[in-house]
Design a protein around this ligand. Structure first.
Ligand code: C5P
Length: 397
């Protein structure tokens, strides 16, 4: 299974903001993901970045000037508008947004936007006051009512030296929004999928926790893959070192009991619950209010069981569990499947190379309700996620 960007025709519009250096990275990431990226640059953008830079990254001609008599591409923008699956403009200046809002078509990019029936996603980047100016706000509102989507701007350091709103959203976020938009009519459209991820932290005192090695990568891959197939996704995440995925709801929790509350709330009306989180099985029975001081004697901490979330979550949704094991993989997985009344369990031997914690790959065995076993080869967590979702899709009918 390949990603939603594979083989898609994208038009990348780049306008004259210093943030267009980030558009190079975006062009590269989209191309690496298998998209055909045609770049159209405004005159202003070409003053910051030479078109050759985009050409080198996308391996495709770059359109810069409709009236260039030497260009064989002079009417191609209409063709590009026709075949585009999506037009994304990043960064978009206030000037460009104003032109689109008023229907101008005096350069290749505005002409393409006027001519396309594909979804258009605009990522503004400009000085904070320019963004907040009523003229810009009115133009953005006008475009939103016409179905044009906006992402950002974000807040933070601005090229002007000021801090505030106006930054182009970061490239991984842009890729996430583009993927979500391309996948919106996918085979899980109309479904709500709750995914848990990460390793819970059980407090001992205000500074210490009991946790595990879960990186959250498998759960995040599942959440993104479900989003890219059109599902509405709620990701209930215990702490991880990962950035929040774009275009889905992220609920941050720490402990098993916080995760329990968040999951039980999120599954109301959901179609499936995929518990990829490594939930602690035990928590300290008493959490000290103050940092526990060391002394010469040994320390004993009494542990009690955490709530079993999969057991407690009851409803008409599918339940998919994970079994991270170091021995007796299949027997333990089957036992869990029965005990927790699951529809599917994903068993992985975390002691195997390339599997489990922190790795970008995983080797799992899927065990279904009636005991059928599907052994998958070592593959990326992204691909594992899609194989699990194929089963979810089949189970949902
Ligand atoms: O029983 P065990 O903890 O090994 O089962 C693992 C599966 O159960 C995982 O899907 C995990 O997310 C889930 N789990 C849970 N609540 C717990 C512990 C684990 O839902 N307290």
């Amino acid at each position: 299974m390949t990603g939603v960007l594979q083989g898609k025709n994208l038009v990348l519009g780049v306008t004259g903001s210093i943030a267009c250096y980030k558009a190079l990275d975006l062009a590269s990431k989209l191309t690496q993901a298998g998209a055909n990226v045609d770049t159209i640059m405004s005159y202003g953008a070409t003053q910051f970045i030479p078109p050759l830079a985009f050409r080198s990254l996308t391996h495709r001609p770059v359109i810069v000037d409709t009236f260039d008599p030497d260009s064989e591409l002079s009417i191609e923008h209409v063709q590009l508008a026709e075949k585009a699956d999506l037009v994304v403009v990043a960064p978009a200046t206030a000037h460009f947004i104003a032109k689109v809002a008023w229907g101008f078509a005096d350069d290749p990019l505005t002409t393409t936007i006027l001519a396309t029936t594909a979804p258009v996603l605009i990522a503004p980047a400009m000085d904070g006051h320019m963004y907040e100016n009523q003229a810009t706000q009115d133009n953005i509102e006008k475009l939103k009512t016409r179905g044009i989507r906006f992402v950002g701007p974000a807040s933070g350091h601005l090229a002007s030296g000021l801090t505030g709103i106006g930054r182009l959203v970061e490239v991984p976020q842009l890729v996430g929004h583009i993927s979500a938009l391309l996948g919106r009519d996918g085979d899980l459209a109309g479904r709500t999928i709750v995914v848990s991820a990460g390793g819970t932290q059980e407090a001992i005192d205000p500074v210490r926790v009991i946790t595990n090695h879960s990186s959250g990568k498998m759960g995040y891959a599942l959440a993104e893959a479900a989003r890219d197939r059109g599902a509405r996704v709620v990701l209930v995440s215990a702490p991880t070192g990962l950035d929040d995925p774009a275009a889905l709801e992220v609920v941050k929790v720490r402990s098993a009991s916080e995760m329990r509350d968040a999951v039980l709330e999120a599954v109301k009306g959901a179609d499936a619950l995929v518990m990829a989180a490594a939930v602690a099985d035990y928590q300290p029975a008493d959490v000290s209010d103050q940092k526990i001081k060391k002394d010469s004697s040994a320390l004993t901490i009494e542990l009690e069981r955490t709530p079993d979330i999969l057991m407690e979550a009851q409803g008409s949704f599918l339940k998919i569990g994970f079994a991270a094991e170091t021995e007796e993989l299949l027997a333990n997985a089957k036992d869990k499947l029965d005990r927790k009344a699951l529809d599917l369990i994903v068993a992985n031997d975390v002691s195997k190379e390339g599997s489990g914690f922190g790795a970008d790959t995983n080797k799992v065995t899927l065990v279904g309700k009636s005991g059928e076993v599907e052994d998958l080869p070592l593959m990326s967590k992204h691909d594992v996620a899609h194989r699990i979702l194929d089963r979810v899709k089949a189970l949902l009918g």
